[in-house]
Design a protein around this ligand. Sequence first.
Ligand SMILES: Nc1nc2c(ncn2[C@@H]2O[C@H](COP(=O)(O)OP(=O)(O)OP(=O)(O)O)[C@@H](O)[C@H]2O)c(=O)[nH]1
Ligand SMILES: [Mg+2]
Length: 461
Amino acid sequence: MILEDTITAIATPVGESGIGIVRMSGERAFPIARKLFRAPKGRKINWASSFKTHYGRIFDPRTKKIVDEVLLTLMRAPKSYTREDIVEINCHGGPLPLRETLQLTLRLGARLAQPGEFTKRAFLNGRIDLAQAESVLDIVQAKTEKSLEMALGQLGGKLSKKIDLLKRKMVNFLSYLEAEIDFPDENIQPLSRKNKESRLKEFLTKLDSLLEVGMTGKIYREGLKAVIVGKPNVGKSSLLNTLLQRERAIVSWSPGTTRDTIEEMINIKGFPLWIIDTAGLREVEDMVEKEALRRTHSRLQEANIILLMVDGSLPLNGEDASIFKKIEAKKTLVVINKIDLPQRVDKEKISSFFPEQKIIEISATKEINLEKLKEEIADFALKEATFSSSNSFILNIRQQEALEKAKQNVKRALEGTKQELSEELLAFEVREGINRLGEITGEIVTEDILERIFSQFCIGK
Ligand SMILES: Nc1nc2c(ncn2[C@@H]2O[C@H](COP(=O)(O)OP(=O)(O)OP(=O)(O)O)[C@@H](O)[C@H]2O)c(=O)[nH]1
Ligand SMILES: [Mg+2]
C-alpha cells in the first residue's frame, strides 16, 4: 500500500439519511477540498486551521454546477484519525449528493479507499497499535452496551498494556540468557536453574490469566448459543417468541410445527445470547422432518447451553426419555413449561436423569418466571468466568492464537530448563514467545495479517 496516496470514501451507510459523509485522508485532501468547496460570498476560510467546520457548497469546478450544500471539517495532520490531513464533507444524506461528491474527489486525484484503510493508516502511522485497530471493528459491531464498553477499553489500550508489560519482562529475561551465551568468558553470573524455572512459571501464569480473562470477554463480544430442544408441542417456539417479544416463530397446537431451526439474538445481562429454536425431536419417517431432526442434532453439537424443555401438563413419555439420553447433561438447563396448567409431570424422574442440573418452571405464553430463566441462563453462562469489567478485555481468534503459541514456547522453555537443555534452545523459545506477543500489538506484522484484519472493516472506516 502506498501511503502517499490520498484516499477517499463515503463513510456512512448508503441510503437516505439526515447527513452522509465523504471522507478524505492524505496530502492531497486539502488541495482537493479547496478546488471543490466554495464558502458563501464575502466569507474567507482559513485553510491552515484545524478542527474547524465551515459552511458552504460543493461544486463541480469543470461545469460550475452546485452539487450540494455542505459542512466541511478540516483536520490537520498529525492530530487526526489517521495522523494525516483529513477532510470530512457532511453532505445531505442522499445517495446522489454523496456519490457526486465522491466522484469529484476521485477526479481530482484521490483514490477510492479499501475497506478499513483509514484505520489501517492510523496503525501504519503509529497512532494506534494493532490490537487497538482491531477494537475499532469491535466498536462498530458491538451488540450490547457491555461489549461496547469492553471494545472502548481495548481502543484505550487495555490489552496492549498488559501484553507490553509481560513482553518487557520476557525481554529482560532473554537479555540475561543471551549475555550468558554471547559472553561466556566475561564472568557473568548465570541465572540459577531454579531462578529460570520460577521466571518461566511466572510468564506461564500471566499468559494463562490473559487467555482466561480474554475468553470471558469473548462471550461479551460474540455471545453464546442457547438451543431449545424437546419433543414436539412442548412450547419451544413459544419461548423464543416470548423472549424476543415478537411473533418470530409459528406456534400451533399441532405437533411438528417447526421444521427449520430459527436463530435470533437477545441481550441477557449485557451479553448477546443467540436463541435457537429447533424442530421437536421424535421418531419420524417423513423426509422433511428427518432433515429437520438432522439440523436439530447439529445445532445441539454447537450449543453452549441446552435448554431442555418438557411439558409440565403432561406425564413424561418415551419421547422425552429418548431425548434425555441424547443430550449432554453438563450443558443443560431443564425448563418445565406450561406451569399455568395443572401439572402432571414427574419432577423426580427428571432429576434422576439430571441430578446436578437446575430445573426452572415457566410458562412461555403466560410469561411466568421468565426473568428467573434469564438469570439462570446468565449465571450458567458466566459461572466459570472470573470476570470484572475493570480489568477485562476481549481476545479475538488471532490474538488468542498468538497467546496460545507464546504459551507453548514458554512451556517448551520450561521443560528445557528442567532437562538442562542448552541455553541457545531456551533463548530461542523465549525469543519466539516474545515475537508472538509482538504480533498481537503489531510490532511484528505481515502484509497477510494486515490484509486479514482490515478486510473485515467497511469502506470508509
Ligand atoms: N397453556 C400453555 N400453553 C402453551 C405454553 N407454551 C406453549 N403453549 C401452547 O403449546 C402449543 C405448542 O407450542 P409451540 O411453541 O408451537 O411448541 P413447539 O415446542 O415449538 O412445537 P414444535 O415446533 O411442533 O416442536 C401451542 O398451542 C402453544 O400455544 C404455556 O406456557 N402454557
Ligand atoms: Mg416450534
